[in-house]
Structure formats: C-alpha cells, structure tokens
Design a protein around this ligand. Sequence first.
Ligand code: F6R
Length: 252
Amino acid sequence: MYRRKFAKETQNMNIIITDDYEQMSARAAEIAVRIVTENPNAVLGLATGTTPLGLYKRLIADRAQNGTDYSAVRTVNLDEYMGLPKTHEQSYAYFMRKNLFDALGIAPENTNIEDGTATDEQAECARYDATLEKLPRDFQLLGLGSNGHIAFNEPNTPFGSTTHVVTLADSTVKDNSRLFSQISEVPRKAFTMGLKSIMQAKKILVLASGANKADAVFGMVRGEVTESLPASVLQLHPDCTLIVDKAAASKL
Ligand code: F6R
C-alpha cells in the first residue's frame, strides 16, 4: 500500500493505492472509525452500492469488538430509486438498514434518505435540501460509477446542482442490473444529492475497486475538471481522500 500526492493535477486529493478490495475496505474503516470516535455526534454522508460493503462489514465488526458508539451519529444518504418504498429489498433505504444501520444501532430517526415514493418531486428535493442544510456533514463517503458519476449525478450534471431527479444513464442501469433479477426491473429514475451539496461535506472519502473503474479513476484524478466527468469536481475539494485498489488505479 502506498500514498501518492499528485501535486500538479490534483492539488488537494490524497490518494492511497491498496493491493486489493479488502485492503481498501480496511483502510477506509480506520478512517471512518476515527471520525466517529473523535466526534460521537458526527454527521455521516453515506453511499450504497457494492463498493462500501467491505467497509460496512468492518464497521460492524469493529463495533462488536471495540464498542464504537453510533447512538448519537446522524446519517444522510446520497440517493434513492424513484418508485421504491423503503420496505422494498432493492431500495437504498432497505440496503442501509440491512447492511449497516441495524447492526450499528443507528435508530431510524437518526437516518435520512430521499423518499422514493414521493409524488411531488420538487417538494421532496426541497425537503431533502433543507435536511442537508440542517445537518452539515463532517464526512461524505462516495463510490464511483464506471462513467465517472458520483451519487447519481450522471455526466453533464451541473456542478452547482442540489437535490434533483435524474434519469439514469443506460450504463448505470446496466451496471446496477446485477442486483435485480432482470434489467427491466431496474428503476430508470432516482432522487440524488447534487454535486454542490456533495462538495459541502467537510471531508470526502472516495472508494473505487476493480478494473471497470480504471477509466473513471483516471479522469477523476488526472483529467480536466469537467461536468462531463462529475467526479472530477472532487479535485477542487480541500479535503478529499481516494482509496483505490491496484486494478482501479491501473491507468494512473
Ligand atoms: C450509491 C451511489 C453510486 C455508487 C456507484 C458505484 O449510493 O451513489 O454513485 O456509489 O454507482 O456503485 P458500486 O459501488 O456498486 O460499483
């Protein structure tokens, strides 16, 4: 495992390259546990998807072993599929409860996510923006889409965006179809936190693993800062760490 600082291309991004997914997850867990230990009232911005599962397993194991206390932590999630109630197994609300919140003892009232069943889209986006405003994040965890998206901010989303409704890119629907029994079941629309809101977090941690993320990682770290690769905006964040395994770092 080694660290790199890309002085010219990314003045602020701290990059940690690990041998594999497990090492990436372990390193991420150290960072997350430290944040909660130092500030038991921390507001954590969290992500779903396959990438953070190893980190989440480690947080659960750490709590069992060391008793790290999450009872005063509040969470805000990035995104939610439209049309899925929080009881639906593919909803992100369900994912978080099953893979993290229940096991860490985080009460439902301390968690926040967009309501996939909201019928007034604009009102739901405004409600979520107000929630984000009330809960400034100490930490924001991000996965990375193979097309460079963060949250569900697909290519060409304005950097100034706040919570909004998106039509998912075909590549995202295809990437995410592995978690559904058929591709036709993947919702085409979602609520997502916007790029401006993501950038407001005090500290950002991006995780990326696997060769299918290598182009997006390259663009995020070395490419120009452009709305056509949403993750490139993170080059402008003053405290952003990327933990990436060798396969995902292969084009750096
Ligand atoms: C999830 C999210 C997405 C994922 C990204 C990577 O809440 O906002 O941006 O982080 O699509 O997904 P995985 O980790 O499944 O490769």
